[in-house]
Design a protein around this ligand. Structure first.
Ligand code: IDC
Length: 314
């Protein structure tokens, strides 16, 4: 069975805001986000990626690299930076060998405005775009979740610096841009899109127990306005990453994303003691997970993936 990447290759956002292949066939990706690569590098391994592809029907993996939290790219030692680049390299190569799409995520969070580390980001994206420009499966996500004290104008300013740096080496790969208020205000991008590049997607994140109709309406309106959208992170718990999972709201969200062919990744591949973690804290495996290793949110999602993403026998 061919993977989506093997079938479709490099992807583009077309004029209707849909993610498509070079024949303008719509491609919707479904997958998982890692937790922070500094803390949970063990899940970035080829065996597990293969397991996710074959058993969970995942076709995209997001590599979340925190920038300002402990051992983040911008606050740790040079040695730490090197280690992070190695984990990314391992992830990109494994994904490529397995025919999976892979997102390189500059995971800003406590550094709420991407302009705070624009120099480090410039250097980082130059490094990765140079390395991976020939990989048609790589997607660059340039700022996870801009939040307090950060306007859309700030994000645009940042994006207008980083995008040309990437494009100097990689002229076509998809670039994803986070939006204000923890990547919720896609309406700002509808009103004032970033000009001058034709393969950008705007990011919306939701945590289904917290974010409901109001945010769904924002997403629908943006999609109706043909804004290219990508949900690079979501959970079915509350926005803290913990609390009980709301499967009912989760299903309403996934149905809506499927209606608009919007791609999505669930947060997170980790065994921290929080409900958004896929694995229970006592589980130390790094692949071949079984039911008892999984938290309820992961069980729910894997079931949804089997319903929504299992390749049809042809
Ligand atoms: C959370 C993790 C948690 C960690 C915290 C701070 O689940 O273990 O302590 O970050 O590093 C986001 C962020 C994502 C958050 C997640 C849950 O992108 O980094 O992860 N979340 O709070 N946005 C909304 C929710």
């Amino acid at each position: 069975m061919k993977t989506k990447y093997e079938q479709h290759g490099a992807l583009y956002f077309n004029r209707s805001g849909k993610l498509v292949d070079c024949d303008n066939r719509i491609v919707q990706l479904r997958g998982y986000s890692t937790h922070g690569l500094s803390w949970y590098p063990q899940y970035v391994n080829r065996e597990f990626f293969e397991f996710m592809r074959d058993k969970w029907y995942v076709d995209v993996i997001r590599l979340a690299m925190y920038t300002a939290e402990e051992d983040g790219y911008c606050v740790g030692t040079e040695e730490n930076k090197k280690k992070l680049l190695e984990v990314i390299d391992r992830g990109v190569k494994a994904a490529t060998e397995l025919g999976l799409y892979v997102i390189i995520d500059w995971h800003i969070l406590s550094d709420s405005n991407p302009l705070m580390h624009i120099e480090e980001a410039s250097e980082f994206f130059k490094t990765v775009a140079r390395k991976y420009h020939a990989y048609g499966n790589v997607i660059y996500e340039i700022c996870n979740e801009p939040n307090v004290n950060c306007t859309w104008a700030d994000i645009k300013k940042y994006a207008e610096t980083i995008i040309p740096i990437i494009r100097e080496y990689d002229s076509y790969s998809v670039i994803l841009v986070g939006t204000p208020t923890w990547s919720q205000d896609v309406d700002e991008a509808v009103k004032a899109p970033i000009k001058g590049d034709n393969n950008l997607g705007y990011v919306l994140h939701f945590y289904a127990d917290t974010h409901r109709d109001e945010l769904r309406n924002k997403l629908s309106e943006a999609a109706e306005n043909k804004l290219p959208l990508f949900v690079s992170e979501f959970g079915i718990c509350d926005a803290s990453g913990d609390g009980e999972g709301n499967e009912e709201q989760g299903k309403i969200w996934l149905d809506l994303l499927d209606k608009y062919d919007i791609s999505y990744c669930m947060w997170n591949l980790g065994n921290r003691d929080e409900s958004s973690a896929s694995f229970v804290p006592s589980c130390e495996k790094t692949t071949d997970f079984t039911e008892e290793d999984l938290n309820p949110s992961a069980k729910w999602y894997i079931h949804e993936l089997a319903l929504r993403n299992k390749p049809k026998q042809s």
